[in-house]
Design a protein around this ligand. Sequence first.
Ligand code: ATR
Length: 290
Amino acid sequence: MKPAISGLTKVLGIIGSPLSHSLSPLMHNAALDALGLDYVYVPFPVSPDRLGEAIQGLKSLGIVGFNVTIPHKSAIIPYLDRLSPEAELAGAVNTVNREGDLLVGYNTDGAGLLVSLKEDLAFEPGGAKVLILGAGGAARGALAALGNGGAVSITVANRNREKANELIGHFAGVFNKIEFHSISLEVLSSAEHLQRFDLVINTTSVGMDNTSFNGFSGSSIKGVSASFYDMVYAPPITPFLELARIHGCGTANGLGMLAAQGEIAFSHWTGLAPPGGLMKSCLLTAVKGN
Ligand code: ATR
């Protein structure tokens, strides 16, 4: 059991907006409780116009570490003292650790994605051809991790093509052996196109509230052997995953990634690994209960 909150309790947390649906407080407090650590993990809703003030305040209040989520993952960078190589490469931070008097930014999303791809889809990025849907912060983390993991070809499909071009322009300068393409989301309407990929990852918010991609239908997935990963985890089976699943493709949602990035963040803050599988089982229970 975690000790009662006292003057010695260390504070962890998450900043983002909105945070009402975040499952991070649940899984981190469960892990702190299981290890009997005198910490508490608190949600701090922060609007974009108050980000600078919030970081200053957290620093003054002696926060030990915190997670960063939508929409601050890239915007926070100027307020940090140092970045890990992964955060620098992705241009996105999801975990901050106080080291002495410095705030150091990490990106544990990319490593979390690779863990989940391996555990949930038996997928290894080495030699793979990947299609990433979306070109925001989540796509950046995925691209950096898959590039480091040895993917040979990465295609980015985004509603706003210019953003996809910018993203691949940035990463083409970093990974000069990877073949990069940008394409419109209409790629999802064509089995001929989809056949070229080993993995399709949705990094957009499409699928929350059961929304689906225009044009993605049974005919566009016929004969396709790619695996499909959706970073969305609520609902646990989005229309995107459901369609892939009924056509026999491997599928997984983002719960595994959420748990794995959380485990790595927890170790940065406490120096300890949370009990194996605890975070994921908390998340599974929470999602089932909704
Ligand atoms: P995050 O940090 O979570 O990636 P973001 O930076 O706001 O969030 O990026 C959101 C991504 O989801 C973008 O790629 C966005 O596409 P646009 O760049 O065209 O805006 C994509 N997205 C959001 N809603 C979408 C929708 N209804 N259809 C298609 N793409 C959508």
